[in-house]
Design a protein around this ligand. Structure first.
Ligand SMILES: C[S@@+](CC[C@H](N)C(=O)[O-])C[C@H]1O[C@@H](n2cnc3c(N)ncnc32)[C@H](O)[C@@H]1O
Length: 212
């Protein structure tokens, strides 16, 4: 489940995680503030970014696949430029900046002044041993900011991730020293890839408030 795994999925068009509908948790619980600058880690070509832009927020994304970054702008008819910037390609439009490269190597300047994080299918895309590294990188990037996070729970013994099951106790262990974590909503059997067919899944939306 390294960068190559995800790049190959994009090349092969294996995009079962991609949703055409805006996430109901995002639509219900954002804005965190009226005009936010929202960091979207592992952004793919998520249409949720389109929703954020339509509300007048700025978006900064990080995504390993150039196919995904380019598709986001082209499929939504947003004019963009793509500029090479060190290890990254910076896809840029008036209100959106997608940094194409490895999130774990993203420089802090890319996310400067972001005021919120929206995590849908980012933390849960990572196997348990990578999740702490993910949260540490957010912290190193200076992104201890209000965060809307979507997570799943299911019987991990019955099927392997991604998406991985990340129950509240794990979130508490990962984020609890920095954030107060509040569950906002939950739903059963959200849209998932076919490998989860017949497996009961609960999706929960959390709001993480920085303690300091
Ligand atoms: C499960 S998908 C979720 C995409 C998006 N958040 C959505 O809701 O549709 C995970 C995404 O993370 C990207 N990704 C995986 N590892 C990454 C990394 N190290 N740095 C940046 N992006 C990564 C993948 O290419 C993929 O698009």
């Amino acid at each position: 489940m390294d960068s190559e795994y995800w790049k190959k999925r994009w090349r092969d068009g294996e995009l079962s995680f991609h949703q055409t509908e805006f996430h109901p948790g995002l639509v219900t619980y954002f804005p965190i503030e009226p005009k936010a600058k929202v960091f979207v880690p592992f952004c793919g070509k998520s249409r949720d970014m389109l929703w954020l832009l339509a509300q007048g927020h700025r978006v900064v994304g990080a995504e390993i696949s150039p196919i995904a970054c380019e598709a986001f702008f082209r499929e939504n008819q947003i004019p963009f430029t793509a500029i090479s910037s060190g290890e990254f390609t910076h896809f840029k439009s008036e209100m959106a900046d997608l940094w194409c490269g490895d999130f774990f190597r993203l420089p802090p300047r890319a996310v400067e002044t972001c005021t919120a994080v929206y995590d849908r299918a980012a933390l849960v895309a990572l196997p348990p041993e990578m999740q702490k590294k993910y949260v540490t990188q957010l912290k190193n990037l200076g992104l201890v900011v209000p965060t809307l996070l979507v997570s799943f729970t299911y019987d991990q013994k019955r099927v392997d991730g991604p998406a991985f099951s990340v129950p509240f106790e794990v979130l508490q262990r990962l984020y609890g020293d920095l954030y107060d974590i509040r569950e906002l909503s939950s739903r059963n059997d959200p849209p998932m890839s076919p490998k989860f067919k017949g497996i009961p899944i609960q999706e929960r939306v959390y709001f993480l408030t920085p303690k300091i």
